[in-house]
Design a binder for this molecule. Structure first.
Ligand code: SF4
Ligand code: FES
Length: 347
C-alpha cells in the first residue's frame, strides 16, 4: 500500500506503522521515539514523542484524523497522507511533550553517564525550550542498586517501559517493573530483589536516558572521548558481536551494536558486556561508523583503515593532566609575581 509522508510517497507492506514507513524514507520526516523499540514486541504508545498529523485517512475514506496520532502504534492505510515535520501542530506538540518529559528529569547532564548518547538530550536539543515554566519541586529518589552491575537513577527515568519489556522478553522470571501509579509511578524491583540474569545488562542499552547505568563504567569517561570499535568473540551464550568503547588501549565499556535509531542490532550477554575488558579477549574488526547525529560524533573518524591502530590522543591526555592540576591546587607551581604578592601578605 502507498503512503505519503511530508510529500514523499513510499510503498509498504500491510501492517506497517507510520513510524516504520517514515524510517524507510529516512531524513527529517522520521518522528522521534523515546519508548518505541523495534526489537521489543508491544513497545510504543507511552511517550507521545512520535505524534504526527494524518491529513488524509486513506483512499477509501479520505477524512483527516481530528487528533494527532502516535505514529509508532498507528498502522498505515492505502493512500494515507501524513504530515510530520511539515505540520505546525506536530512541531508544537513535540515541544510540549519534550517540556512534559523534562518536568521531573534532572538537569544533571554534566555528571550523567548517558550524556552524549541520550535520546532525551537529543530530543531537547531539537524540540526543547531554553526556559522552564516548572517552578514546583521535582520528584527525587535515592539511587538504587538493582543488581551487581546495574544502578538505577529513578530521578532520570521517563517511564518508557523499555527495560520492563526487555526483562520480560529476554529473561525468564522478571523481578522488576513499574510500581505505583500516576505521579508515584516508579521502576523498582520486587521487595528490593536484585536483578541477576545473564541478559539483564541489555536493559542498560535500551534505556533512552541515564536511568539505568553500567556500574563497571560509571564516571569513567565522557562517551565522546571513547573510540567505538566493532569487535567479536566466540560466545556460547549470545552472538558475541559488540562495540568496544576504548580509551587508548583500555576497554572502558562493552555494549551491543546500535543502529542509526539507537536500537541494538542484537542483544548480548552479561559475560561479554561486563567480564571481558581485555583487548586480547576480542577480535577487533575496526572503527564503528557513526550513523546518528549527536555530540558523540565528536572525535569520530570513519575513514577505512587497513590496520586498526589504537592510540591515546595526546591532546586528551594533556587536557586531563591540566584538569588534575586544577583540582589539586598544590600541584600548580605559583607564577613568579604571585609568589611576590604572597610573601608581602597581600593575599
Ligand atoms: S529505567 Fe530507562 S528503560 Fe526503564 S522505564 Fe525508565 S527510562 Fe525507560
Ligand atoms: S515512540 Fe511512539 S509513543 Fe513513544
Amino acid at each position: 500500500m502507498k503512503v505519503t509522508i511530508d510529500g514523499q510517497e513510499i510503498d509498504v507492506e500491510p501492517g506497517t506503522t507510520i513510524l516504520q514507513a517514515a524510517r524507510k524514507i529516512g531524513g527529517e520526516s522520521v518522528p522521534p521515539a523515546m519508548c518505541y523499540y523495534s526489537k521489543l514486541k508491544g513497545s510504543g504508545g507511552k511517550c507521545r514523542c512520535c505524534l504526527v498529523e494524518v491529513s488524509k485517512g486513506s483512499d477509501a475514506n479520505p477524512t483527516p484524523m481530528p487528533k494527532l496520532v502516535a505514529s509508532c502504534v498507528t498502522g498505515v492505510m492505502d493512500g494515507m497522507e501524513v504530515k510530520s515535520i511539515t505540520s505546525e501542530r506536530v512541531v508544537d506538540a513535540r515541544k510540549s511533550v519534550t517540556e512534559f518529559l523534562l518536568i521531573n528529569h534532572p538537569l544533571d547532564c554534566p555528571i550523567c553517564d548517558q550524556a552524549g548518547e541520550c535520546d532525551l538530550q537529543n530530543l531537547s536539543f531539537k524540540n526543547g525550550s531554553s526556559k522552564t515554566r516548572f517552578i514546583e519541586e521535582k520528584r527525587t529518589f535515592e539511587p538504587e542498586n538493582i543488581g551487581p552491575n546495574i544502578q538505577l537513577h529513578m530521578n532520570r527515568c521517563i517511564l518508557c517501559y523499555r527495560c520492563v519489556m526487555t526483562a520480560d522478553q529476554l529473561t525468564d522470571g522478571r523481578v522488576h517493573g513499574v510500581v505505583n501509579r500516576g505521579d508515584h509511578s516508579q521502576i523498582s524491583t520486587c521487595i528490593s530483589k536484585a536483578i541477576d540474569n545473564e541478559f539483564s545488562g541489555n536493559m542498560i542499552d535500551v534505556c533512552p536516558v541515564g536511568a539505568l547505568t553500567d556500574k563497571t563504567f560509571r564516571f569513567k569517561q565522557r562517551v565522546w572521548f571513547n573510540k567505538p570499535y566493532n569487535a567479536h568473540r566466540n560466545c556460547t551464550k549470545c552472538c558475541g558481536k559488540t562495540t568496544l568503547w576504548m580509551f587508548g588501549e583500555e576497554i572502558q565499556r562493552v555494549t551491543a551494536r546500535k543502529d542509526e535509531y539507537h536500537e541494538v542490532e542484537e542483544f548480548i550477554c552479561n559475560e561479554c558486556r561486563f567480564d571481558h575488558k581485555d583487548p586480547k579477549d576480542w577480535v577487533i574488526e575496526g572503527p564503528r561508523k557513526f550513523e546518528k547525529d549527536s555530540v558523540i560524533n565528536q572525535n569520530n573518524y570513519t575513514r577505512k583503515l587497513d590496520k586498526v591502530v589504537i592510540e591515546t590522543e595526546s591532546q586528551i591526555l594533556l587536557g586531563r593532566e591540566q584538569d588534575r592540576k586544577k583540582i589539586s591546587m598544590t600541584a600548580i607551581p605559583l607564577k613568579k609575581d604571585e609568589v611576590q604578592v604572597f610573601k608581602e601578605g597581600q593575599i
